[in-house]
Each structure stands twice: as C-alpha cells, then as structure tokens.
Design a protein around this ligand. Structure first.
Ligand SMILES: [Fe+2]
Ligand SMILES: [Fe+2]
Length: 298
C-alpha cells in the first residue's frame, strides 16, 4: 500500500498558495492508495480549509486528515473546542476526507490512527530555566516585559535570570486558541483518545500508521541552541503520546507536521518523521506499507 503524507499547507498564507496548488496537482497524479494531511491546513477562516481540501478532489485513494494548532485559531468569542470537534469534522466530510481525530480508518490490513496531539511543555529546553508560568501564558520573559497584560508574570523576578529578559518570543496560540482547559489537560484528553483508537483497531489489522500534528517524541524536536527558538520547543508536543505509541507493536510509522523541518528517526519498531513543509516549500513523504514490512521513500 502506498501512502502519501503532507502537512502544514497553511493555505491561508499568501506565499503558501501556489506551492500548495503545485503539490496538490502532483499528489493527484500520483499512484497511491491513501493521502494524509497532518495538520495546519488553514488559520482562522475555516472556508480556507474547504478550499485547500478541494485541491485534492481528484486523488483516487482514501483521503484523511488531522487538525493542526493553526486550524484551531478562532476569533474572539468563538471556541477552539467547537472548531476541533465539530467544524473541522464537517469541513472534512464536505470534501470527502476522513477526520482521524474523530475515528480511525482501516484499509485492508492497515489501520490509520491519529489526532492533532498537543503540548504540555515537556519538550521545553531545561537549560533555559524559564519558569513554567511563562509557558502557560505562551510568552517568553522578554515578551512579557514588552506587553503590559503580562507584567504580572514579572512581579516577582527572583526566579528569572537577567538574560531571559532578552527572549522576546511569543507562541501565538496564546492569542488565538481558546480551548477552555489547560494545555496539559487537553494533551491528556488527546492521549486517552489516541490510546482508545489504537485499542479499537489493534486486533483487526497487521499494521498501524499514525499521523499527528504535534510531536510525540523528543527525538523529533529541533534544537538550535538559540533561546528564541528553544523557548518555542515547549509547544512542540508531548512524550505522553510517544509512550502510548511505543507500547503498541503494530505501529510501523508515525508521521507528524508542525516543526516545518524534516527529521527522520527510527524508535523501536516505528519509523518516525516530520514532513517539514515550510510556508513557501511544500513537501510530502511516500510510505510503502507492505504485508511483510514497511519502508519509506521520498
Ligand atoms: Fe505549521
Ligand atoms: Fe503547527
């Protein structure tokens, strides 16, 4: 079985539109049995997701997607939870895509399982020593210094090294994602769902392919020893997903989006990778899932 996986089409971004259209036309001509889009298809405007998914209408195989954090960006007064659970499901259905966040798909003896994943700050760089309250608010200390609404984080500075005040990164999910619960709580809910979906399929197939947007393994996290970049690593994913995947021997592949940097690593029996599309260059991976084993090729 030949499976194409792409991610981070960001079709709401002007520079992403032409490369996404080029990728879609290549994908639609490809000889493949399934296509997965691993998140970050759109931003606030969900109509853009409809537009992007329509580009893959002539793809002949099964079409699947998971949500990305940008797909949960909503306007003031709207709910990211509603976006995640209902609106994206409706958009996927309208365009003939299976929404893996809602339920797995089985094709022959291969199951496709996945969801958006999320972050609980576990991948934060320990050497930075940024106190947890900054991750919870999604602003680095230097950004908090510039933004009056976050000055309360700096009232007591005994645990803030002076150099941390130079880090001005903010993770913009903090402005646009309205979950109604904490990030660790959402992470736990998604991990439970992933475990449940794996239980649902494991006795019915020989192979499982997992697609997530956020990263389940620290080995996929890109470290640059640049404080502005490394602060953002707190929002890359969570190892709770990885622990669940490593406990399931039928998982052959885990493919993710989110980082915009392609990384591949073998962990136990799982070939793990990030697609690595950027805002201006769209990529896909071709996975070969065979009854006697799997290998991938680009
Ligand atoms: Fe992205
Ligand atoms: Fe993302």
């Amino acid at each position: 079985m030949r499976v194409l996986v792409t991610s981070d089409l960001h079709y709401n971004v002007a520079g992403s539109r032409e490369p996404t259209r080029r990728l879609a036309s290549e994908v639609c001509r490809a000889d493949a049995d399934a296509l997965i889009i691993a998140g970050d298809t759109c931003g606030h405007d969900l109509a853009v997701m409809d537009e992007a998914l329509a580009l893959f209408e002539s793809f002949r195989g099964a079409r699947m997607l998971v949500a990305g954090n940008h797909c949960l960006w909503v306007q003031a007064g709207q709910s990211s939870r509603h976006r995640y659970e209902s609106e994206i499901a409706d958009a996927a259905r309208r365009r003939g895509f299976h929404y893996l966040d809602r339920e797995p798909v089985i094709l022959n003896n291969v199951a496709f399982v996945g969801n958006i994943g999320w972050y609980d700050y576990a991948f934060a760089s320990e050497s930075l020593s940024i106190p947890r309250r900054f991750y919870e608010r999604k602003v680095a200390p230097g950004a908090a210094l510039m933004l009056p609404e976050h000055h309360d984080l700096l009232r007591d500075r005994h645990d803030i090294r002076p150099d941390l005040l130079e880090i001005r990164t903010r993770w913009t999910d903090g402005l646009h994602v309205k979950l109604g619960c904490t990030d660790p709580d959402f992470t736990r809910q998604l991990a439970d769902k992933l475990a449940g979906h794996l239980r649902d399929v494991r006795d019915r197939v020989d192979h499982i392919v997992v697609a997530m947007h956020h990263l389940p393994f620290v080995e996929l996290v890109v470290r640059r020893n640049r404080p502005d970049w490394d602060f953002a690593n707190g929002f890359m994913g969570s190892p709770v997903f990885g622990d669940i995947l490593l406990a399931e021997p039928k998982v052959r592949y885990c493919i993710c989006g989110h980082t915009h940097v392609p990384v591949q690593v073998q962990l136990g029996g799982i070939r793990c990778m990030t697609v690595g599309s950027t805002y201006y260059d769209k990529r896909y991976e071709l996975l070969e899932v065979r009854s006697h084993g799997c290998h991938d090729q680009q």
